[in-house]
Every structure is written in C-alpha cells, then in structure tokens.
Design a protein around this ligand. Sequence first.
Ligand code: FES
Length: 280
Amino acid sequence: MAGEGKVFGEEIVKEVLFRVHRFSPDGGGARMQEYRVPVRRGMTVLEGLHYIRDNLDATLSYRFSCRMAICGSCGMFINGLPRLACQTQILELESDLIEVKPLPNYRVIKDLVPDLSPFFEKHRSLMPYIIRQDEPEGELLQSPEELNAYLQFAYCIKCGLCYAACPTVATDEEYFGPQALAQAFRYTTDSRDGGWEVRMEVACSPEGLWHCHFAGACSEACPKGVDPALAIQLLKGEAVFVRWGLKRPHPPAPEAPKVTEGKRREGIPEPPLPTVSKEE
Ligand code: FES
C-alpha cells in the first residue's frame, strides 16, 4: 500500500485490519466486525476509528474528547490490553490486526462505549476532596516536600483503565477498585486534609483496600504513571500504623497568614487599570 494514496493528508505506509466489537442494546447480540484501514505514520487507534466512522461505517459508537491523553474518555481494550486509543500508535502495535473491544469490568452500552457509572460512584464514595472541620478563607500552607508526598497520585485522569485491568474487580464487583483507593491515598496524604478517620473508615470496609491482592495489573495499565498498586499498599501501611498507635494522622495544614502590609518592590511597574468597571 505504501505510496498508493494518502490518509488524513499523509502518505499511506500500510493497511491494517481493524476487528471491532459491535453491540447494540436494541438486540442482535455482540459480534466482531472487520474494516480495512489505511495507516499513515503517527496514526493512532482513535484516528483509525475516526477513519472507519467517516468513510466506512457511520454507525460505529465510541467515546473520545481531547485526543491528547488528558480527558481519559477513550479507554478501550486494544490487542488484549486496556489502553487509551488516542495514545496508542497503530504502527507501534507491530501487528496488521488491530482488535478493539470495550474495556472489561464494565457493562457495555453500545459498541465500544462502557458504562462508567459504578466506577465514578466508587470514586465519589471515597471522598476525593479535601475534608476539614474549619472553613478556611485563605490559602493553606504546604511545603514542596508535602506536595511531593501525593503529587504522583494526583496525575490520575480517571480513564478507568486500572479498573478494567484489575483481576479483583473482575471477580468482585463490590470492590472499590484501584482508582478510588489510590485517590483515597492521594487525599489522605495531602497535608491540607483533615479527613483521615472518615475516609479510612470507608477505605477499610469489606469492599475496600484489604481486597487488593497486589497483582499490579492496575499500575501496568495506567497511562499516567500513577501506580495505584503502590498507593494501595501505602494506604494499607497507613491504616496499620495508625491503628496500632505507631503513627498519628497528620493535623490539617494551617491557613497562610494574610498579607496586610504588602509593599511593592522597587522596579516593579503598576498593574494596568481594569478595562471593565465592576459596576457595569
Ligand atoms: Fe481524551 Fe483519549 S480522547 S484521553
């Protein structure tokens, strides 16, 4: 196929066979459908699906938004692994057969579209936000070291790949799963948080962290290097050390003192006047 034409304005380097999962809730059952797709250098699986939808079959359903591995909506099961379709280069798969299925461990709504509601319900149940007894009005103090303690785990884009890869979720649909528990660790470790007790009570419930078998499949699937398996083991350690009295949950970070007598340093120009008055 090389040199025989162009796709998306670029030279075609080869043609691959896309074998795509099709399912309609209106009946007919699930089946695999095949499409021949011309490939150019740098073309992703998501672009392959765009090619199919635009040129071969407009009825194909799949989910995407940002096309740059940020929004987390294009998670699919590609050649046997959970991956982001927009981040997966067709040529790097080194196969002329691209098999695309919906993510495992989710109910399928249509074709490649999974129902992510249970995933997000579990995420919410572990309170993925700062919990405090007080209501601070200003900034909360945090050192670079305190930021580094949870930063890696804050890179989660909620794509659900770790949940799809988890063998425990596959056998126990009540289990919270790696994403929710990793985020529990992320917020529990945040020096601004004061919700250790309330969040750990949920995390240590029968559906919680003790069900993790440390298979590590979640961390291999994560496209952002979050390492949820590590977060869960650290959360287990946190639970044990605090319960045995070997460690105390950190007190929530104090509020930063208000700057009352700020003085402009020499040489810094005045800000421009507002272009819109507040009264308008
Ligand atoms: Fe946003 Fe792939 S489309 S992560």
